[in-house]
Structures are given as structure tokens and as C-alpha cells.
Write a protein of this length. Structure first.
Length: 156
């Protein structure tokens, strides 16, 4: 089972790039400067920010469906990120180096099944979940803090 992991499209965040800290606060966001690696996982490029890179921390509605699973959480986007990651049959290092909660949703946006995986166990877990015909897509979350990491779908 082939899979695709995609970062977030940058367009919804572009208006925040370059804003002052006060202006970011008006949007409910904060600027952070990465001071360690790992520690600041960018959701657009699906990589850990390097020390000194600027990121914006904001609330993101990652599960917008009008169901009990509707959900948002804090995420980092690297200020200046303009190209979303699009990986087929590859798990980016930003996910591999952390424990990931894989939450498999059906076509009605209800959580069908979930499991934890890390490192080399992530790709087989994704394939196993996507092999279930009731699974429409997967949301990956960083298990420790619960933050949304990426969407995973079947690849054509």
C-alpha cells in the first residue's frame, strides 16, 4: 500500500510572515526562534527548524469536519516556508524521530482506529491502517504534546 504524507499548504499562513510580535498577538499567534534541534517541527516543510530560524506558533483547525472529532491545536510554521512537503512512501525525519499517534478516519470523518508508532515502525503502521477499506485518511500527531503533524493518504 503506497502512501503520501503532505505538509500544510503555505497560503493560509503567508499573511503572518514578517508581522511584528504585537500584530501576531492580534492573530492569536507568537513568534519563536528555534534554539535547539529537534524542538520546533514545521508543518509546511515537514522538517525540524534549524537553530536561529523563526517560526510562528498558532492554533490550527486540522480536523474541520462538523463531527465530535472536530479539532484544533497549536502548530509551528517556519516563517518564510513557501513549499509544502509532498512525500510518497517516505516518512520525514521530523516524524521518525518522535513517537507518532496515527489516527485513522473514515469517509464520515469519524476516527475508526488509532495506534502509536515511532522510527522504522511508522511506515508499516501507515500501510496497515490504509489497508483497511474503512480508512479514508490518517492524521499524524506528535504523541507527547498532541499537536497535529501531517495528513497521510493513499498514493495513486
Amino acid at each position: 500500500m503506497n502512501f503520501r504524507i503532505r505538509g500544510l499548504a503555505p497560503a493560509p499562513f503567508l499573511h503572518l510572515y514578517g508581522l511584528s510580535d504585537a500584530a501576531l498577538r492580534e492573530h492569536g499567534a507568537q513568534r519563536h526562534v528555534a534554539d535547539r534541534v529537534p524542538g520546533f517541527p514545521d508543518r509546511i516543510e515537514l522538517r525540524d527548524a534549524q537553530a536561529g530560524e523563526r517560526l510562528i506558533l498558532l492554533n490550527y483547525l486540522h480536523q474541520p469536519a462538523d463531527t465530535p472529532y472536530r479539532s484544533s491545536h497549536a502548530i509551528f510554521v517556519r516563517e518564510g516556508a513557501e513549499q509544502a512537503a509532498d512525500l510518497v512512501d517516505a516518512v520525514p525525519e521530523v516524524l521518525r524521530r518522535r513517537v507518532i499517534s496515527l489516527r485513522a478516519f473514515d469517509a464520515a470523518h469519524a476516527m475508526h482506529v488509532a495506534e502509536l508508532a515511532d522510527g522504522d515502525a511508522i511506515a508499516p503502521a501507515i500501510r496497515r491502517l490504509l489497508a483497511d477499506p474503512l480508512v479514508d485518511y490518517i492524521h499524524a500527531h506528535y504523541a507527547v504534546r498532541g499537536c497535529y503533524a501531517a495528513r497521510i493518504e493513499r498514493a495513486a
